[in-house]
Design a protein around this ligand. Structure first.
Ligand SMILES: [Zn+2]
Ligand SMILES: [Zn+2]
Ligand SMILES: [Zn+2]
Ligand SMILES: [Zn+2]
Ligand SMILES: [Zn+2]
Ligand SMILES: [Zn+2]
Length: 332
């Protein structure tokens, strides 16, 4: 599908929009990578537009319950992304224009093309162009020289060819004749040819198709402004949410740190207490032992004193005179 001009670029990773989508519209070098499936990055002839406005190829659309990119639940059924599929085919025309050999005539297939007719959507060589002019002399087809187109940009070409397709009336009243629409019926929400609009009074009041188209363009412009504003507001809200989340995380981290330090302090306290208790426990028998020794020593002393008293009393009784008895007996 790639023309020779298309650079062999790596495909964008699934889920990430190609950077071109974020670029400003003013960018002339847009390479239309956004036409690729936003899921797998593959070129697709039938891009489908989801209700979340993501565009996916039919292969990536297997999960009909939600969008694989933004996880939005599928609302309305997906529709053909006509804009992308038409752009894609016009881009292929552009690649033919820019191809090294240049495009060939769409009619005779032999000669190199000289002009491009936007209305026929065909290339013509000089000879076939003469015939084209003879056949369509009453209708003014928009003709561009291939040489001029080649010198321009892809963007310019696509913008110039965007109005080339005329809407044809889809009414059943004239099945074999295709008539170009010029009327818009707001009630049926579709375009009609002039006779259809005039013959059926049910369509009035109708509008001019051009005016309706302009109205929709205006609506798109104001929608774009609204979206930009909304985007800004949403980004600000998201930033606030993120900083709030970061703040809470920081708070939680602080709390965790606090718990950790107090747990450590408590642990140290308990350990110290335990050591003191253990020291106390080890000190206790020592004290008991010394008390016993003291008691023992006391008892031994008492025994010695008793013996001494016995001896003294016996000797006092045996050897003591009146003088000694009178002086010492109360003391003993
Ligand atoms: Zn895909
Ligand atoms: Zn989506
Ligand atoms: Zn030809
Ligand atoms: Zn033509
Ligand atoms: Zn009609
Ligand atoms: Zn109507």
């Amino acid at each position: 599908e790639e023309g020779t001009e298309a650079p062999a670029e790596p495909r964008p990773a699934a889920g990430t929009p190609p950077p071109e989508v974020q670029q400003e519209e003013e960018d002339e070098d847009e390479d239309f990578q956004f036409l690729r499936c936003e899921g797998c990055g593959q070129d697709s002839a039938q891009p489908r537009l989801l209700s979340c406005l993501h565009t996916l190829c039919p292969g990536c659309l297997s999960d009909t319950k939600q969008c694989p990119l933004c996880q939005a639940a599928a609302g309305a059924p997906a529709m053909d992304n006509l804009l992308f599929s038409n752009l894609r085919s016009r881009l292929q025309v552009w690649r033919q224009i820019r191809s090294s050999g240049g495009p060939g005539c769409s009619r005779c297939k032999g000669e190199a093309a000289l002009v491009w007719c936007s209305d026929c959507e065909e290339f013509f060589c000089a000879k076939c162009f003469e015939e084209h002019q003879w056949w369509h002399k009453k209708k003014a087809h928009r003709i561009r020289k291939v040489e001029e187109l080649r010198a321009g940009s892809a963007r310019q070409f696509l913008e110039d060819t965007k109005t080339s397709c005329s809407l044809f009336c889809s009414s059943e009243s004239h099945p074999e004749e295709s008539r170009v629409c010029s009327i818009y019926c707001p009630r049926c929400e579709r375009a009609l040819c002039c006779p259809c609009a005039l013959l059926d009074t049910g369509h009035s009041p109708f509008r001019d198709l051009r005016a309706e188209s302009r109205r929709r363009q205006d609506e798109l412009r104001s929608l774009r402004r609204d979206l930009r504003r909304l985007h800004g507001a949403f980004e600000a809200a998201l930033a606030r949410l993120r900083s709030e989340a970061a703040r809470r995380e920081e708070q939680r981290e602080r709390l965790r740190e606090c718990v950790r330090t107090s747990a450590e302090r408590l642990e140290q306290l308990v350990r110290r207490e335990a050591e003191e208790l253990r020291a106390l426990l080890e000190a206790r028998p020592e004290r008991d032992r010394s008390a016993l020794t003291e008691e023992l020593r006391g008892a031994e002393g008492a025994l010695l004193r008793l013996e001494a008293a016995e001896r003294l009393v016996e000797r006092l009784g045996r050897y003591g005179g009146e003088q000694e008895l009178m002086d010492m007996q109360p003391f003993v």
